[in-house]
Design a protein around this ligand. Sequence first.
Ligand code: NAD
Ligand code: ZN
Ligand code: ZN
Length: 399
Amino acid sequence: MLPGRARHPRRAPQHPAARATPAAPRATLPAMRMRAAVLEEFDRPLVVDEVELAGPRAGEALVRLVACGVCHTDLYTASGADPSGYAPTVLGHEGAGVVEAVGPGVTSVRPGDHVVTLFSPQCRECNHCRSPHTNLCLAIREQQNKGYLPDGTTRLSRGGEPLRHFMGTSTFAEYAVLPEIALAVVHPEAPLDHAALFACGLTTGLGAAMNTAKVEAGSTCVVFGAGMVGLGAVAGCRLQGADRIVCVDLSPDRLALARGQGATDTLIGGPDTVQAVLDMTGGFGADYTFEATGNVTVMRQAVESARMGWGLCTVAGVAGKGETLDIVPRYLITGRRVCGSSFGGVKGRDQVPGLVERAMAGEIDVAPFISHTMRLDDVNRAFELMESQDGIRSIIRFD
Ligand SMILES: NC(=O)c1ccc[n+]([C@@H]2O[C@H](COP(=O)([O-])OP(=O)(O)OC[C@H]3O[C@@H](n4cnc5c(N)ncnc54)[C@H](O)[C@@H]3O)[C@@H](O)[C@H]2O)c1
Ligand SMILES: [Zn+2]
Ligand SMILES: [Zn+2]
């Protein structure tokens, strides 16, 4: 923990509605108008428009966004490919900002707190939150998947028509109302553009190595994919003290970034990758492999590149609808294991603050991941950059 974390001064609430009605009950803050990127129809550009946001109700907080990353999942939903997607909605889930106001009963965040949004919340009370084996909180899953806050309603609307909340976050907007269990309070001096990356991709990769696989010092790791998730996994393997970290990607530029995060070897991916890994490891394969491409053929390579006896393959990539992973059972019988990892197995409120502090301490080099910084109005350009694989992350800044 860095000095001063618990003692940082709390800023006064800045929500205009809060200022205008200091005596009003907090549950009934009037709605405010703000700009947000609305997915009106699948496979059409987002529309940046004025929308209304009602104040936080019980258990909720109003957050002023400072920075938000643009992730593949936003594009996946915008494109219409996600079978569980819905519209109209305000996209965005890689947010970082400042708490402006809280609803009744909120105890874990206060106005002035710097926060990272959590599409993967942590209620600390459900069966899963109480188990050390998973980070998949059960508390608000059903409503969140439908685009509603935990009470089954939405705070977002436009012209009187409700807009749904995307992933419980909707952070392509100047402000967002989120359940307090979906906010991780981070160090007040953490740069919020860097902190935003911990809301999804970077934590997913780091956690896959540090939490899900629990890479042991001195081991050999292979990471397939050098996007945000794969590069995070490379950094996670390094932080765990891995001896050898092989990164596999199709792009030499991305492999150069992987070296910057601690990869000791790099390979251009292809049909011979498994053999190349075996050749590098005395014919046995790696202690830990990670898949961060979303391609089921690569997932199979990741399984087959894991060492007999104890090799563990961690799958983080999200496959296309209906796709399946093909594994010859002999690979399992001879001691390889396969597991999946969502948000890196990270319990967000407990663990994201510590990861952010490790970045502040210089242990994780976040700056190379931010390739473009832009305003909300340019959100569709961020999607174009992503589609052309130009850079790792575009960050929208609101300040
Ligand atoms: N599990 C989770 O919680 C979680 C969270 C965020 C993202 N994801 C998923 O993780 C995956 C990676 O996300 P990202 O943002 O890093 O994506 P990305 O597209 O930026 O990176 C994927 C990388 O895989 C590489 N690649 C493609 N084919 C390859 C091959 N045959 N061999 C080797 N490399 C290959 C690409 O060149 C690219 O660099 C996606 O499927 C995404 O949906 C999962
Ligand atoms: Zn994401
Ligand atoms: Zn829970």
